[in-house]
Design a protein around this ligand. Sequence first.
Ligand code: GLP
Length: 245
Amino acid sequence: MRLIIEKDYDGISKRAAEEIKDLINSKPDCILGLATGSSPIGLYKELIELNKEGKVDFSKVTSINLDEYIGLSGDHPQSYRYFMNDTLFNHINIDKNKTYVPNGKAENMEEECKNYDERIIELGGIDLQLLGIGNNGHIAFNEPSEELSVGTHVTGLTESTIEANSRFFDSIDEVPKTAVTMGLGGIMKAKKILLVASGKSKAEVIAKLVEGKITTQVPATLLLVHRDVTIIVDEDAASLLPKNK
Ligand code: GLP
């Protein structure tokens, strides 16, 4: 695991965008696993700038997102499809037909999950999976639990996640209670993983992650067994790390 500490959010955004730019420049038709949340917004802004400056070209890139709320259609402002279009896809030269986000309104969810996993295999696997991390250690919507799922699946959200994500909705009652998410298998099979975290609210979970112990109660700790993980944090998120790390 490679741990990079940058001064602030701006620093992690720039650094993470560089990593993604380098991958696309070395493999223009790469498969990018993308994430939502506030953590990647800055790096998406950087990628938009780099694209405008002609330093990165998305025309051959395929993207596949981690998760989506159940019951929200792609034109709902809080859906992850809407977020991706609005925050990144509408501003870069990516072919929207090659951007995948699970369908939270699919009639047959079981089928949707199966197809999503098959699509990842058909695409040849994810070259780089970008991740944020929940305050409780969730990645995508793989919430702390005794058992974790390997494949894409429907899941209930924990109270703490509903609460944390309510900041994007008018009221907490509007936050969907279920989501469809890539499982740990889909994430762990990515060739490279890039996790970004910023702010004091992430300090505790980042310290847990770096501690070196695996528990399904902090799903992100499973990343410790992946062979190519880079974690980019700012000084606030790194503030509870032992000084020698
Ligand atoms: C959501 C998403 C996760 C994301 C997490 C952290 O629950 N499903 O993929 O990593 O929030 O979000 P933020 O970056 O806003 O702290």
